[in-house]
Ligand binder design. Structure first.
Ligand SMILES: [Zn+2]
Length: 166
């Protein structure tokens, strides 16, 4: 049996905003996310989706990985960490995987504070400019995948506006 790890991104900026997993069809899971948002579910993800829905937009769906069921926790954690490090503002409320041990906002705040301290002492781990470029590269890649390759000119997309690829 396999598990699919998928990402939801903003159709305009192409920024990844959510990483999830499902053993079923990704499209069905995404449909449920949207129904939850429409039904007023709470949480960062549902609030973000509602902001898209009122603009008549839908999230972009990217299949990130298909892995064996036994390793989905590591796979999901890795994708969340990697996309966060690349500068994506994810709405995920945990670091991925199962269990509540990784859902402790207080502990997380402490850790990020400690990391900030380290960063100042040792210099940036990944420079702000480099991180922005990486995010930009990811965004351009998704623009090609979702707009150019499907011949869908999106007037809201900054790369479509620039005529990139069209
Ligand atoms: Zn575009």
């Amino acid at each position: 049996m396999t598990t699919s790890i998928y990402g939801l991104s903003d159709p305009v900026t192409h920024e990844f905003r959510y990483v999830g997993k499902t053993v079923g069809l990704v499209s069905k899971r995404v449909y449920r996310h949207i129904r939850e948002a429409e039904n007023g579910f709470d949480g960062h993800k549902a609030r973000w989706l509602r902001k898209l829905l009122v603009r008549n937009l839908r999230p972009e769906v990217t299949l990130l990985e298909i892995c064996s069921d036994s390793v989905w926790e590591q796979a999901e954690k890795l994708w969340i960490a990697t996309l966060k490090r690349a500068g994506n503002n994810l709405t995920n409320e945990t670091h991925g995987g199962r269990g509540v041990s990784n859902h402790l906002p207080e502990a997380r705040a402490k850790i990020s504070k400690a990391n900030l301290g380290n960063r100042n002492a040792r210099g940036p781990r990944m420079g702000e400019t480099k991180r922005r470029l990486k995010l930009k590269g990811l965004a351009v890649g998704l623009h090609f995948r979702w707009h150019v390759n499907r011949s869908k000119h999106n007037p809201h997309c900054e790369f479509c506006q620039k005529g990139l690829g069209f």
